[in-house]
Design a protein around this ligand. Sequence first.
Ligand code: PHE
Length: 337
Amino acid sequence: MSESSAADILARAQSEIVACQTPEQVEAFRIQYLGKKGIVTAMLKGLADVAPDQRKVIGQQANELRSQIESLLTDKQAALGGARSKSPITIDYTLPGKRYPNGKLHPITQTLNEITDIFHGMGFEIALGPEVETEHYNFGSLNFPPDHPARDMQDTFYISKDLLLRTHTSPIQVREFEKKKPPVRIIAPGRTYRQEAISARSYCVFHQVEGFYVDRDVTFADLKGVINAFAQTYFGSDVKMRWRPSFFPFTEPSAEVDISCFLCGGKGCRICKHEGWLEILGCGMIDPNVFAAVNYDPEEYSGYAFGMGIERIAMLRHQIDDIRLFFENDLRFLNQF
Ligand code: PHE
């Protein structure tokens, strides 16, 4: 057998394999070349008759031809196999689709957004501040005396001597006063931390919304008007409110505002500590000492500030009797909102 005849056979096989379109045709091709009576098999068998000095060369050619044809076959089989897997899958387009559960906002986030939106609608700008705060912004700049009990490690999570987790959103007041000149009208939502005994009413992490307005001739009546407008928008026009004198180092005069307890209708229950009222915010006229430290002239400007607890408000609104539910992330609870 000459070299050209092996090459001829390969060339023929190459053109024939291209024509094979079905597994049956591929099998016929295999039998034709590599079957018991196939062309390549015959060549290998015929080696016995070849002169001994030619045997080695022709044997190599025949083996090479066999492996070339084998690889033609495996390539073709793979190509046809691939084509088979691409064959049309039957899809029933009338079947209902898979239902993917929708994510939603946490009830506290919803409450924060709703409250922030109401004040935004009344002309307040939105500002944020850091949760890791300095002793200066959290206490000093807000006129807390050095020995004030809130500064105690018992009440505040300290990170170092000067750094702490903010205990309220009021430091945002000072941060904004340092950046802006009056008029300043801001609503500032955020997360706050206090080292409190955990109970149905208090948790170590909670949220507040801070609001403040500084301008010429701002009065306590403006504060009452804004808080009344907010409460009626958020709780409905027949909500009952109660203003009590109070004290905060950074406001003078100061007040706390209570709302009639939704859960018991004012009769008294576990949530309102059997008083019928729930405190929702602290407020007052900003102390001149706070203004002086940020170079606002207390003779020229006055302002009010208020801060409200979001968990309390959400509890009232949704009649929830345990604050811890907000932090457990139990879907049976969260899915209700
Ligand atoms: N920061 C106060 C608190 O957390 C609330 C407050 C805000 C009071 C603004 C007066 C003015 O209790």
